[in-house]
Ligand binder design. Structure first.
Ligand SMILES: *[C@@H]1O[C@H](CO)[C@@H](O)[C@H](O)[C@H]1NC(C)=O
Ligand SMILES: *[C@@H]1O[C@H](CO)[C@@H](O)[C@H](O)[C@H]1NC(C)=O
Ligand SMILES: *[C@@H]1O[C@H](CO)[C@@H](O)[C@H](O)[C@H]1NC(C)=O
Ligand SMILES: *[C@@H]1O[C@H](CO)[C@@H](O)[C@H](O)[C@H]1NC(C)=O
Ligand SMILES: *[C@H]1O[C@H](CO)[C@@H](O)[C@H](O)[C@@H]1NC(C)=O
Length: 520
């Protein structure tokens, strides 16, 4: 699921403002109608009902209410697995892909009003992904507008290929970025009536998805596609629930290497109510929807990396690795400091889930979007690196400046992220006995093939002196002295340090320092 930034289109376009005003009273079909931080209309058009998907997201769905549960029910655990869980597939994900967290790009919502030049997008629209704006606007203006006639989201072959070419020209491919992922809105609204396959929209993908895959592969890169574990995608295009085998085979036949599988439009009988059998959320209806697609993917002759876009529902961190390679920990990201700190706070509670083939997905990289300071952009990248989250760039790559490109291609941080010797993430540690308590931990340590690493975030809004004691750094072996190496700059800092000493550094507001520590 993604949200789009509509403010740019809306500026100076009175006719749409009038529509928006209308939309304030009731949300459009498939639009968001509730969720954490959502401020839009909470009711739906007649014939549609606002259904809670999770704390981050409620959506207008057709027909009457059948609300869903997101977790902590109280039903007693069953003695044995019965019902649909007893027959659900248990095929594990492929071990031929997904060992390391994905590095790539994902198309954001790129609005394009193809048939009305007045509403052509501004350049800044492409790749935008703003959590603060409601999905109803996205649907209204991008994907499923019924009022304004043919409206097409601006993803197309040319833009996907342009992103792939940017991977080459910006050095992203050389840095290890591989995946070019197509998000929602790539297909026609209806499946093929004869074959029942999902059909790529020929106006956006004249050579089909297979034609894009051929070109992306020719550049030495991989292609990702998007579907949904419900009857329709978040924008109302065909979902894969009930068609998993057909769709997985179709995606594989096109040469697709990666699937992001979203969680919108789940029929009432597929939602979770209370604790699943045995108290194991692997047996929840949510997990089974994802298991069905996982099993279908795992039987393809080419490996597909499987990204469960399940919004942190159904305790996915407990069973995600039995089903896929990565799983979203929350609703959609936004390019804000509050999102970055919130998702770090969620992740620190689930670090044991992270290892090879097993990645908590903190959602796409917002560098290039919104108004993050350069220090916040560094922290954003560093945290995704040290928690080994997939890193999927969600911005118009051609607009990134050299500072931003140097952040996302930093060789030493990427080496920690892509380490094939150590799969575990960095974890919080007590830097000193008198360390102040902060809203999220500020000191993290982890190991890589290269040594022991310390990452320090300054979560406050002012420059601060951060201090850690070498003796407190987990994993540091030997009695010293130690050399501290600045990973951002790629240089050893002057001097050596005894095990009994402390290290202090001034960290700018919301910035993160990254060090490797080795024996001198
Ligand atoms: C654009 O809109 C006009 C009038 O609504 C319609 O006749 C025409 O077919 C549309 N063109 C495209 C390319 O959708
Ligand atoms: C929901 O209903 C559909 C259609 O009858 C059925 O195929 C599916 O198995 C049901 N799901 C669950 C979890 O019972
Ligand atoms: C790139 O943009 C950031 C803000 O996002 C700014 O702080 C930085 O100075 C810019 N770098 C260059 C080289 O313009
Ligand atoms: C840090 O110290 C506190 C007590 O001051 C302790 O509860 C906590 O577990 C320690 N954390 C780590 C990561 O060692
Ligand atoms: C960043 O800076 C402020 C100012 O001291 C601290 O209160 C925060 O904890 C954060 N890190 C620091 C200072 O340790």
């Amino acid at each position: 699921m993604f949200f789009m930034r509509s403010s740019l289109i809306l500026a100076g376009v009175p006719v749409f403002q009038a529509t928006l005003a209308l939309a304030q009273t009731s949300a459009a079909p498939y639009a968001q109608c509730g969720g954490l931080g959502f401020t839009g209309p909470a009711t739906c058009e007649s014939g549609w009902t606002c259904i809670v998907s999770n704390p981050f997201y409620s959506q207008c769905l057709q027909g009457s209410a059948s609300s869903t549960s997101t977790g902590s029910g109280t039903a007693a655990p069953q003695a044995s697995v019965t019902g649909i869980a007893a027959t659900a597939p248990t095929t594990p994900p492929s071990k031929l892909t997904g060992m390391l967290p994905a590095l790539g790009y994902v198309t954001g919502s790129q609005a394009l009003f193809r048939n009305d030049s007045k509403f052509m997008p501004k350049d800044g629209m492409t790749g935008m992904h703003m959590g603060a704006v409601s999905v109803s606007r996205k649907n209204q203006f991008c994907c499923s507008d019924v009022t304004y006639g043919p409206v097409h989201i601006g993803i197309n072959e040319a833009k996907v290929i342009a992103a792939a070419n940017s991977f080459i020209s910006l050095g992203l491919k050389d840095a290890g970025y591989q995946y070019i992922n197509i998000d929602d809105c790539w297909s026609l609204m209806q499946r093929d009536p004869t074959t029942h396959k999902i059909v790529p929209d020929p106006s956006k993908f004249p050579n089909g998805i297979s034609g894009v895959a051929t070109q992306v592969h020719a550049l030495g890169l991989k292609l990702g596609i998007y579907s949904d574990a419900g009857t329709a995608t978040c924008a109302g295009f065909p979902g894969s629930l009930g068609n998993e085998v057909l769709d997985a085979a179709t995606f594989a036949s096109w040469g697709v290497d990666y699937l992001k599988y979203d969680n919108c439009n789940v029929p009432g009988n597929w939602t979770d109510s209370g604790n699943p059998q045995n108290g194991d959320w692997y047996n929840s209806n949510s997990a089974i929807r994802y298991r069905q697609m996982g099993a279908a993917l795992a039987t393809q002759s080419t490996p597909l990396q499987y990204d469960l876009c399940i919004w942190g529902n159904a305790n996915v961190w407990d069973w995600g690795a039995r089903v896929g390679h990565s799983w979203r920990m929350s609703g959609d990201s936004s390019p804000t400091w509050s999102y970055i700190t919130e998702i770090i706070g969620i992740n620190v509670q689930h670090l044991p889930s992270i290892n090879f083939f097993s990645h908590n997905d903190m959602d796409m990289m917002e560098i290039g979007n919104g108004a993050l300071t350069i220090q916040e952009q560094r922290t954003h990248f560093a945290a995704w690196v040290f928690f080994k989250s997939p890193i999927l760039l969600g911005t118009d790559l051609s607009k990134l400046n050299t500072t931003q490109v140097s952040i996302i291609t930093n060789p030493e941080l990427l080496q920690f992220h892509q380490d094939n010797q150590v799969g575990k993430p960095a974890a919080p540690f007590n830097a000193t006995a008198t360390m102040p308590k902060t809203s999220i931990p500020e000191y993290y340590a982890g190991t890589s093939a290269k040594g022991v690493h310390v990452f320090v975030i300054n979560t406050s809004a002012a420059t601060a002196t951060k201090t850690f004691a070498f003796a407190n750094v987990p994993g540091l072996s030997g009695s010293g002295p130690f050399v501290v190496h600045d990973m951002w700059a790629g240089v050893d800092l002057a001097g050596t340090h005894a095990l009994s000493s402390t290290f202090s550094v001034n960290v700018a507001a919301h910035d993160t320092v990254a060090y490797r520590i080795t024996s001198a």
